[in-house]
Design a binder for this molecule. Sequence first.
Ligand SMILES: [Zn+2]
Length: 86
Amino acid sequence: MVRLVVFIALIWGAWHLLKKLARVYFSSFDTPQGRESGDEAELIQDPQCGAYFMKTKGVKGVIDGQPVYFCSRECYDRYRESRNAK
Ligand SMILES: [Zn+2]
């Protein structure tokens, strides 16, 4: 019976330690640096194929002086071609 109490106390302690660690981890997102990295992980839509992808994983192109992000180099080329064809 004593063992069971010790076991429950250990679980309880571990749970509270986890919650404390989680708070420290999530509070790091409140820092300006955390917000910046959160912005980079933003999901954006490819204007060519309509797929959603991580901004950092995409291909950055410049259309009419504006930065535009594509899921792949192929979509970027297709988008430019379709604009040039008009
Ligand atoms: Zn695409």
